[in-house]
Design a protein around this ligand. Structure first.
Ligand code: BES
Ligand code: MN
Ligand code: ZN
Length: 500
């Protein structure tokens, strides 16, 4: 979709559709009020009759509103005025655009951008209008040969700003919203792609593709089986060995010329399919384990956005990618493997595979002398039980880093919530046969998984995002969400400004 920005009165817009908000209790937004005044009470009449109550996300489409130049006016419910915050803003825009996409209008001018959101300025509203609108029109149907809806979709959205002096910041944040949306879209596409197509080799090609698209700033390097062996990544290889599909260890680097800073390293879990291995998962919903490379997908998304925006930062992405499959060659429960760090691991459950590959990637990260390392993984089902699909869990060995990630998530309406890594939790990982076991008990499963990782992340500031609950949706809307790309981009850009 194409986005533009302008400043002007709603009743004077020559457009297929003007989008304005209505709060509950019959309170019109400023833009709705202006149209109402021009139309001599036409809108307030409709509201008085009860056809639009202003409940959040509801819509009512009006044609030929008197004394306006637009073909249509779309009223969007904003809910209670004092509850109108980041998430409500996002929902209102998303629903409005979803609705527009179903009408014949191929372009529209949206005035929700002029509504005040507590603590958020016009720049924030512009950026998030673009992200929410792109979210609403995202589709993944190129593998369908039938029943593809061919109606005219919304092609162009114009965002209104209250004053001409807002246009400058508006343009900047519009570009940022577009870049973040492109990153989210890449992450969703990779997540949604099935495991027979999205293989470790496919992910490696994606890294090479980004490197050729943005050759000045982005470089890619791919380690194959033999090089992974040379690096002694015994934990990673123990997961990969059950599959016929060979693993890849992908390194991607973004560096703006002249930047001398120590790098930030992002690590993404790249299990392209998680059957559980010999500790086989139950059959129901096993298809969803194609999303087990969502952490890796989010790293690619971040690189896409960053390569578009070109901030002055130095970023490394590490992606251990493989399948977790049962076979005659697969790792068995009880096997002991030696990680790249030298620590031995008793693999009590082959379905706790993510932490094994992350362990070796965390050790590999040491060579960059990083400023900070953040790993992103669909690591534990327990995370879905803990925080549901509302927030991801964040863990770490540095409180400032953890807090910065939580704040970045709040700002991006892509929330994260900090959980503890106290010493007591480490006891669960004791093994009689190796330095550490790869599973604790059933209790505090997300925390003990993070404790396991922390043993491999002692040499730098480290945080871990467990995105098992937020990376994809189940049910009718099954599909990848693109989270936590907004959080990570926000964090990186906020760091850039802080460092300067
Ligand atoms: N990829 C899964 C975690 C997962 C499960 C994410 C369901 C989203 C939904 C991970 O590899 C896994 O299987 N974890 C096990 C760990 C357990 C064996 C300690 C789990 O959570 O059941
Ligand atoms: Mn697993
Ligand atoms: Zn997994």
């Amino acid at each position: 979709m194409e986005f533009t920005i302008k400043s002007g009165n709603p009743e004077k817009q020559r457009t297929a559709c003007v989008v304005v908000g209505v709060f509950d209790n019959r309170k019109l937004s400023l833009a709705a009020e202006r149209i109402d005044r021009a139309a001599k009470g036409y809108i307030s009449d409709i509201i008085r009759r009860g056809d639009m109550e202003g409940r959040l996300g509801t819509t009512l489409l009006l044609y030929n509103v008197p004394n306006t130049l637009a073909d249509r006016v779309l009223l969007v419910g904003l809910g209670r005025e004092r509850d109108f915050k980041e998430r409500e803003y996002y929902t209102a825009v998303r629903n409005a655009v979803k609705f527009l996409n179903e009408t014949g209008a191929y372009e529209a001018v949206i005035y929700l951008t002029e509504e005040k959101v507590r603590r958020r300025d016009i720049g924030w509203r512009i950026e998030h209008t673009v992200i929410a609108a792109s979210d609403a029109t995202y589709r993944f149907d190129h593998m369908k040969t039938e029943n593809v809806d061919v109606r005219r979709p919304l092609r162009k959205l114009t965002l209104s700003v209250p004053m001409r002096s807002d246009l400058l910041i508006g343009e900047t944040m519009l570009a940022r919203g577009v870049a973040v949306s492109e990153g989210i879209e890449l992450t969703r596409d990779l997540g949604n792609l099935p495991a027979n197509m999205c293989t470790p080799a496919y992910l490696a090609d994606m890294a090479r593709k980004l490197a050729s698209m943005y050759s000045t700033e982005v470089k890619a390097q791919v380690l194959e089986q033999s090089e992974i062996e040379e690096n002694k990544m015994g934990a990673f290889l123990s997961v990969a060995q059950g599959s016929e599909t060979p693993p890849r260890f992908i390194v991607i680097e973004y560096k703006r010329a002249g930047v001398k800073k120590k790098p930030v390293v992002l690590i993404g879990k790249g299990i392209t399919f998680d059957s559980g291995g010999i500790s086989l998962k139950p059959g129901a919903d096993m298809d969803q384990m194609k999303f087990d490379m969502s952490g890796a997908a989010s790293i690619f998304g971040v690189f896409r956005t960053v390569a578009e925006l070109k901030p002055n930062i130095h970023l490394i992405g590490l992606i251990p990618a493989c399948e977790n499959m049962p076979s005659g060659r697969a790792t068995k429960p009880g096997d002991v493997v030696t990680s790249m760090s030298g620590q031995t691991i008793e693999v009590l459950n082959t379905d706790a595979e993510g932490r094994l590959l992350l362990a070796d990637a965390l050790t590999y990260a040491e060579r960059y002398d990083p400023e900070a390392v953040v790993d992103v993984a669909t690591l534990t089902g327990a995370m879905v039980i803990t925080l549901g699909n509302v927030a991801c869990g964040v863990f770490g060995n540095n409180e400032t880093l953890v807090r910065a990630l939580v704040t970045a998530g709040d700002d991006a309406a892509d929330r994260a919530w900090a959980l503890p890594l106290w010493d007591e939790y480490h006891d669960a990982l004791k093994s009689n046969f190796a330095d550490v076991a790869n599973v604790g008990g059933r209790s505090a499963g997300s925390i003990t998984a993070a404790c396991f990782l922390s043993r491999f992340a002692k040499k730098y500031n480290w945080a871990h995002l467990d995105i098992a609950g937020v990376a994809w949706k189940e049910g009718k809307e099954k599909g990848a969400t693109g989270r936590p790309v907004p959080l990570l981009v926000n964090w990186l850009l906020a760091r850039e400004n802080r460092d300067e």
